[in-house]
Design a protein around this ligand. Sequence first.
Ligand SMILES: [Zn+2]
Length: 459
Amino acid sequence: MADAHHNGPILIAGGRVIDPANGRDGAFDVLIADGLVKAVDRSIPADGLDQTARVIDASGLVVSPGFIDIHVHLREPGYEYKETIATGAEAAARGGFTTICAMPNTDPAIDNAAVVDYIANRAAGAPARVRAIGCVTKGRKGRELADMEELITAGVVAFSDDGDPVYDAGLMRLALTYSRDLGVPISNHCEDHELCPGGVMSEGWVSSRLGLAGIPAVAEEAMVARDISLTELTGGRLHLAHLSTAGSVAMVRQAKERGIAVTAEVCPHHLMLTEAWALGGKGDPNVAAGPMAYDTHTKVYPPLRSNADVAACVAGLADGTIDCVATDHAPHERVSKECTYHEAAFGISVLETALGTLMSTVHSGSISLPTLVERLTTGPARVMGNGFAQYASLTPGTPADLVLFDPDAGWTVDVNKFASMGRNTPLDGVTLRGRVGATVVGGRIVFEEPTVLNKGDVA
Ligand SMILES: [Zn+2]
């Protein structure tokens, strides 16, 4: 249970502090008080503290700024049977995320100030900071631009029609032009519908074996190429949502080398799961031919791809071509996955498995732990700009948003224990390594997992 009543100082002692914003990685103590980081030092004695102070033994744990997720679907307003802002924020806290940015494919869509205000009111007191992303086009219909000025004034932190691309290149050009002046990114879901009519999974050997309509890599890459060209033309702020193919990673790498202001994100599942997971054998194609010849929980947009695509995404995240991780947390009600692969909804519930999934790239030696932490903290903060940096560092004086996690702890995913209403993940029953011990937002402990946290306690 979260220690909701404790509002006094907290001393987090003996952990490995990874604070990419300050280039820090080593054994440090962290003192929190009045909602802020007060001090980070080699040794902060507990005896000098106020009697109400709580001391947390963080030995064996990593202590870092809280994770920032710039791409989640909270489903409220309109789809509260899938998720609410409250349950989504609770799932975030359990996943170590202290700030989450909600995509606007709600009903009504986030295309006017009233909906932004509604979300802010519903998020008050939630265990994570919730920010809204506004629509690029009115009603996400792709016909005319939303009132971007009104939305910025209301507090949106980016624009996106996510769930759908901004299909009209002329509108995308205009949106990018405004993004330059407004100083916020346009996050585009790149998908050329005409290249994947009826597609439900990656086009390849698995789609052939299952007889399912495929989505070729070029459906994503064609629009990534278009958007990079439009960004070069306009000088706008393009952010590419959920990259999934080797070709997309290569194009972003080349664009950055040419000095074009593009940023990109990748989802945890695209760094670990391949199209073979669709066969229902948790990635093992040899156990696929049972009664469940496929697993609808693997249906996600963009689709799970080939081994080569996964390797390219991991390499892109490691070398900084891809700026950050974003979960694309997409909770759905049970029945939307209890159907044929064609009928199933796209999306995976990700917030509570993200760290364990991502740590697979560290345990395999593909990405260093400090780099992974960077891609979850300062990486997304840099993409968003506009004050996000204060939540992405342990600099004294900044808001105390932190996560404590055990990078090695093994645990088995059990969807029945999720805080999220979305139990739709192909990882149910899978053992992951890497688990959150505590999450702190504004100096308040919003989540605590005693089995992880007490590991370092003296017996
Ligand atoms: Zn999307």
